[in-house]
Design a protein around this ligand. Structure first.
Ligand SMILES: [Zn+2]
Length: 440
């Protein structure tokens, strides 16, 4: 199967020289980018792209996809009541039925907003993995491990067994899905269990996803209990490394930033979630200057409340300028790299660039709209002016997932209805109130 994206207004290649090409075509063949240039000759399908800017599919390095079911039920409250009165009661009632409906809704939102690869960490990850494959979206998926249990298991030991099963079931099973271990955080998983997980992950060569230093309270509690901060604790348990994703990293010490840098651990910066929960602001310019690998995530939709990476890019770019009092820090090109090339290289996958030989994970943004006009600077428009509703086509491994802005109107309606039903059912079971429920 060949698809020709013809006469693109611009192609943001994200190649070594960060070239932006004008009026060129992209030939997709058997899921890969075959050629870029002025291409002639018969092909199976041609898409007229004269209104579109092509960018590599965005990579969201931290989320909990099914949590879209909790969107809007727990806003404007403190972290602990947020967890204890809303999130945990609902999560305790989750079943594969809710997970499936939530994953579908979350993936629909992710692709509609230009994301083609997500790092997910949750419960019932096997159900989530099936939906990633059905949708045709790439995922690095982590089965969650918590010492006091999850909706699926009653102890850390049991959770770890489930994670072992998940990893062995999905390893090398499908090219879209990479299984991983998801120890929740050093305050919910003991150092001994973290060490056990680190051993398993290095033996099998699989990724680890963990929350680190999200709140000041977590740092203070761990220092009181173990005499070490969360990142030091993860390091001494053998968790840090070039196959580990550390989400948040809002409160690292200087020494901890150096540990992240030396170990080549990937940091997922989640500014919207951190701002909304008032967790603080990650020292991203300092992390970058110490050569830490920094990428972007949305976190779950209970604390964001979207999975919109275009919005996340803009907030990242403007937030750190204000904090540092310096408009030159975290420029647009660096932010786009954090959402494309950097996580692609960390994964050692051929994603995050539009160059021949790479996977055809491509997003086309519609630009004949006021907020893209005049188009003086393509990369800064992507970060500062674009809206996620500009996403008109999304290809993953060469397959068109979104066409003319939609999955297909019937399938979208079905996914939305199912998700509404599943969310109301969950509220019912857990006794959590919502505006929607009160109106019914
Ligand atoms: Zn998270």
């Amino acid at each position: 199967m060949e698809v020709l994206l013809k006469d693109l207004r611009y192609i943001v290649t994200q190649d070594e020289d960060r070239r932006v090409l004008r009026g060129k075509d992209i030939l997709i063949k058997e899921g890969f980018i075959e050629e870029i240039g002025n291409i002639k000759g018969p092909v199976d399908e041609v898409v007229d792209c004269s209104e579109y800017v092509a960018i590599p599919g965005l990579i969201n390095t931290h989320t909990h996809v099914p949590m879209v079911l909790f969107r809007g039920v727990a806003d404007d409250i403190d972290l602990f009541p947020w967890l204890q009165e809303k999130i945990w009661p609902m999560e305790s009632k989750l079943t594969p039925y809710h997970i499936k409906a939530g994953t579908r809704l979350g993936l629909l939102e992710a692709v509609r907003t230009g994301t083609t690869t997500l790092f997910d960490m949750y419960f019932f990850e096997g159900v989530i993995a099936e939906e990633f494959v059905n949708f045709g979206v790439r995922g690095v998926l982590g089965q969650a491990i918590i010492d006091f249990g999850t909706p699926e298991c009653s102890s850390g030991e049991e959770c770890l067994k489930l994670a072992d099963n998940f990893v062995s079931t999905w390893i090398n099973k499908n090219s879209l899905v990479e299984p991983s271990y998801g120890p929740h955080a050093p305050y919910t998983v003991s150092p001994e269990r973290l060490a056990e997980i680190a051993g398993k992950s290095s033996e099998l060569g699989v990724y680890i996803q963990i929350h680190l230093a999200e709140t000041r309270k977590e740092v203070e509690d761990l220092r009181g209990k173990y005499g070490r901060g969360p990142i030091e604790l993860a390091h001494s348990s053998g968790i840090l490394g070039d196959k580990t994703v550390a989400a948040h990293v809002v409160w690292p010490s200087y020494d901890e930033m150096m540990l992240l840098s030396r170990s080549r651990t990937l940091v997922s910066h989640n500014p919207v979630s951190n701002l909304k929960l008032a967790s603080g602001i990650s020292p991203v310019p300092d992390l970058i200057s110490l050569n830490v690998i920094v990428t972007l995530g949305t976190d779950g939709a209970a604390s964001n409340n979207t999975l919109d990476m275009i919005e996340t890019m803009k907030i990242t770019a403007i937030l750190h300028k204000a904090i540092k009092g310096d408009p030159t820090v975290v420029p647009a090109q660096s932010v786009l790299d954090m959402a494309t090339i950097i996580p692609g290289e960390f994964l050692r996958w051929k994603i995050g660039r539009i160059v021949p030989g790479y996977e055809a994970d491509i997003v086309l943004l519609k630009t004949r709209v006021p907020w893209w006009t005049p188009l003086h600077s393509v990369v800064s428009h992507i970060v500062y002016s674009a809206r996620s509703t500009d996403v008109h086509y999304v290809f993953i491994a060469g397959k068109p997932i979104i066409e003319k802005g939609l999955l297909s109107s019937e399938r979208e309606e079905e996914i939305i209805c199912e998700a509404e039903k599943a969310s109301l059912d969950l509220l019912e079971r857990s006794g959590v109130s919502s505006l929607l429920k009160n109106m019914n």
